[in-house]
Ligand binder design. Structure first.
Ligand SMILES: Cc1cc2nc3c(=O)[nH]c(=O)nc-3n(C[C@H](O)[C@H](O)[C@H](O)COP(=O)(O)OP(=O)(O)OC[C@H]3O[C@@H](n4cnc5c(N)ncnc54)[C@H](O)[C@@H]3O)c2cc1C
Length: 826
């Protein structure tokens, strides 16, 4: 018994030394002391256990001597890691160094500093930004007729183009100094979101000029001349930009582009320029563009610029009317109406000062793109996907309350509650993460890891919400036509999933595999040290990082184990966490587990991490859940800790932690090395799996809340466009919902009478009139029921067409591929 107690005390000592990152000499002293007590007071002799303790104490003691540590540990490890750590290519290094590291590093640390997240501003707009959101943005949304855009014209109408140009929508990110609106990232995010909730096609023409492309690149890297000439023209919409990076052979692997520029002299040998040949596809706004931002590989075979032959990826601005530029016809992306198409050129000569930033920026294209991508990816797609999710909630909660089957609104049925509560959770969590991330960008951060995570998570959650909304609407969502308000979102889902880094790649390669390098406190520094051509200097730098890394790993392993066996009770919650302290503790515990697992995964897999994508994908999911849950807790605080929101937080937290746990379990169950798998299981799941999904009762309460508290529904769908026009299909939902709620009691009386057989509800019978005549409902209730009946009939109606109307309106379809060679042949 005493021996068991002693062993438990030793375990507690080890946990304490590990968690507090004790130096090696303290470990040695502690082990020696333990061995002595064991030998003298507990066991009577050293025995095998005592011998083992002495051995460890001596080993730690020796390692505490710097010269010995260097010779027996650091030097061999340094040699080993040189061979096993992931190699970082030039383009990867530029991607890694491009953005900033922010709260992601806290999650990788295992001990997040919550105040760093809590100190980020909640949603703040300047009066001018707020006026723009409430004025021109609202007006624009009101002008849009989705069916006209998406089907009839298959075109964003000229008056919408005119409106967005006139009001400066195309220059939101261009500074005021250069004629743009100079809006913050938060404002851009909210404006984009509002338009997206109304029309994914229209938001695309606003979003593209305000994300990675000529405007941003000129603003950041352009020459003075490019800034003064182009920026005011772009801001006023006198130039329509597109950005051409993708080609038939270079999609996700954009850096392998075959588009080429050769440094050459003009006809008279005086002007230095570039002879370009390229073939691009999928280019949004391409068919309408007047200014093409083109990415290509630049070579200088005669070394005219003195920078060597292979200069690297370069970006230039080419007027669409420039001789040789071919703007192709249009693609038809998932049936959407926004302009998208190929462009190409062969031996097109451009002056060198068309390179963005001029001659000094040749070869800097990839770095420029990566730097802008880190911020842009955090805004455009997360904003539109979040707005899409909120719109799904707004429409589906109304429709589910209006549409009745089996005498009940479908939203009140348990089976429907399930997908509806998923939409509610997604809308709450997406908006929480969107707002925090946009605020980070507003204050100057360029979060590369978080932006990748946001891109794939918000669009995936939107995809699920759109599917859930479809299921709840049944056939009403499937039959397309002017009264269908869901199809536009359904058509746009695959676009959001694919652009700006297709989701599979973003999840499995970018978020964790690059994220671990970027956000891990020591890993990237160790790789840089290992790749240092000066081996001696490299080893020296490596020693410091590696020693700290070991202490960090031991702290996370012991910390994770301790918090797992104590159910997270001893994790320190931040000050004033109040009723959220429990979730903060669980999040802290989860973060320790993630940090431990991430660290061990990278150490064991090394360079193989890039190919073990099922492992890295699950770790990306786990990291995402931590980030989203942290944002959910922040949103709750920013929104004023409303008691009505506690269940929403609980729903998101319980499900988020469960998904987090399943992701970790997936990593461990499939980890390729058996001893590592055992160790992971002992540390992370010593007492089994602690988390369960949110209980059915919680989902039920949350759905009830949204259906019965209009202010909660409004808050959950804030910042999207809400029509009040009964002649608009979404406005009709709002108007009808109000009447349905008002008529609830009268409806119950009517239903009771129908069930009792007092009334019959068939075509050709005026059952409401009969109900009034029989005194089942009062006169005014009867009138209200008539109104509800008429409105509901319109809400549930679907469109039908004359067959001639449905004939494809694409005209004659041409050849389906383009290449420089075929262009030359024409
Ligand atoms: C509607 C639309 C608009 C677009 N607008 C523009 C634009 O304006 N400008 C522009 O330059 N480009 C644009 N694009 C291109 C877009 O960025 C690419 O489609 C995207 O990068 C993916 O390339 P891909 O379609 O060739 O797919 P592929 O690269 O062929 O990928 C196919 C699949 O394999 C996965 N995959 C690829 N590599 C890996 C990997 N290493 N690990 C794991 N999975 C991987 C991808 O995730 C994807 O699921 C647009 C595309 C579309 C569809």
């Amino acid at each position: 018994m005493v021996e068991i107690l002693f062993c438990l005390a030793v375990l507690a000592g080890v946990i304490a030394l590990g968690m507090y990152k004790a130096p090696l000499w303290l470990w040695a002293a502690g082990l020696a002391f333990t061995a002595l007590i064991w030998q003298t007071a507990i066991h009577g002799s050293a025995g095998i256990f005592g011998f083992f303790l002495w051995l460890l104490a001596i080993a730690f003691g020796l390692l505490a001597v710097p010269a010995i540590r260097r010779a027996v540990l650091i030097a061999p490890v340094f040699k080993f890691v040189k061979g096993t750590l992931p190699k970082v290519s030039d383009t990867e290094a530029q991607a890694l160094e491009a953005g900033t590291v922010g709260f992601d590093a806290e999650l990788f640390s295992g001990t997040p500093d919550w105040d760093k997240l809590r100190s980020i501003a909640p949603i703040v707009l300047t009066p001018e930004e707020q006026d723009f959101l409430d004025g021109p943005t609202e007006e624009l949304c009101g002008m849009i007729k989705d069916w006209q855009v998406r089907h009839k014209a298959r075109e964003v109408p000229a008056e919408i183009w005119e409106f967005v140009k006139k009001h400066g929508f195309l220059g939101m990110l261009i500074s005021k100094e250069h004629g743009g609106l100079g809006f913050s990232a938060q404002a851009q995010s909210l404006i984009i979101g509002k338009i997206a909730s109304r029309s994914p096609d229209v938001v695309t023409i606003v979003m593209v000029p305000n994300s990675l492309g000529p405007g941003e690149l000129i603003e950041k890297y352009g020459t003075e001349q490019q800034k003064t000439y182009y920026l005011p023209r772009l801001a006023r919409g006198e130039e329509v930009p597109c950005f051409s990076l993708t080609g038939p052979t270079s999609g996700s692997d954009a850096a392998t582009m075959r588009d080429i520029g050769i440094i050459t002299r003009g006809e008279h040998g005086d002007v230095v320029g570039i002879r370009l040949s390229w073939d691009k596809r999928y280019i949004t706004l391409g068919p309408n563009a007047t200014l093409v931002g083109l990415a290509f590989r630049l070579f200088d075979p005669d070394n005219i610029l003195g920078k060597g032959e292979n200069i690297g990826i370069t970006v230039a601005l080419i007027p669409a009317t420039h001789p040789g530029v071919q703007i192709g016809r249009r693609h038809l992306p998932a049936g959407n109406a926004f302009p998208n198409g190929p462009n190409w050129g062969k031996d097109v000569f451009i002056p060198i000062d068309w390179v963005i930033g001029g001659e000094k920026m040749v070869g800097q294209g990839w770095r420029m793109l990566m730097e802008c991508l880190a911020a842009g990816r955090a805004i455009s797609l997360p904003s539109s996907a979040t707005a899409g999710t909120k719109a799904m909630l707004r429409f589906t909660s109304a429709y589910g309350r209006i549409r009745k089957q089996f005498g009940l609104p479908v939203a009140r049925m348990e089976g429907v509650e399930e997908p509806l509560s998923r939409i509610i959770e997604a809308a709450y969590a997406n908006e929480a993460a969107r707002a925090v991330t946009a605020a980070m960008v507003s204050r100057g951060e360029r979060p590369s890891v978080l932006s990748a995570l946001m891109k794939y998570q918000t669009t995936e959650r939107m995809r699920q919400s759109v599917n859930d909304a479809f299921d709840i609407h049944g056939g009403r969502a499937i039959c397309d036509g002017p009264s269908n308000y869901l199809q536009c979102a359904y058509q746009m889902v695959p676009v959001g999933i694919t652009v700006e880094g297709a989701n599979i790649l973003t999840r499995t390669l970018i978020t964790f595999a690059q994220g671990a390098l970027r956000s891990h406190p020591y890993l990237y520094k160790e790789i840089q040290a290992a790749q240092d051509p000066d081996s001696e200097r490299g080893q020296e730098a490596f020693e410091t990082e590696f020693s700290d890394h070991i202490a960090f790993s031991v702290a996370n392993a012991t910390g994770a184990f301790f918090h797992n066996i104590t159910f997270g009770r001893f994790v320190v919650a931040p000050e004033q966490a109040y009723e959220m302290a429990h979730w903060y503790r669980q999040l802290g515990r989860a973060s320790r587990n993630f940090a431990f697992l991430a660290d061990l995964t990278v150490a064991v897999l090394g360079g193989a991490l890039k190919t073990k994508q099922k492992i890295s994908g699950r770790l990306a999911d786990a990291l995402s859940e931590l980030y989203f849950l942290a944002c959910v807790l922040k949103r709750y605080e920013d929104d004023g800790r409303l008691s009505s929101d506690r269940d929403l937080v609980a729903l998101a937290a319980a499900n988020g932690l469960f998904r987090f746990q399943e992701a970790l379990r997936g990593v461990i169950d499939n980890f390729p090395l058996l001893p590592a798998r055992w160790l992971m299981r002992v540390i992370v799941f010593p007492l089994g799996s602690p988390y369960r999904p949110a209980r059915d009762a919680l989902g039920h309460r949350v759905v009830r809340l949204v259906l019965e508290a209009p202010e909660v529904r409004d808050r959950l769908t804030r910042h999207i466009y809400v029509s009040k026009d009964p002649d608009d299909p979404t406005g009709l939902l709002e108007v009808t919902l109000k009447k349905v709620v008002a008529a609830e009691e009268a409806e119950k009386k009517l239903e009771r009478a129908i069930r009792a057989g007092t009334l019959r509800r068939y075509h050709g019978i005026d059952w409401i009139g009969e109900a009034m005549a029989k005194g089942i409902v009062t006169e005014s209730e009867g009138q209200l029921l008539r109104e509800v009946e008429a409105l509901t009939a319109r809400v549930i109606a679907v469109d039908h067409f004359d067959p001639a109307e449905l004939k494809p309106n694409y005209g004659n379809v041409g050849h389906n591929s383009r290449s420089v060679e075929s262009a030359a042949a024409e």
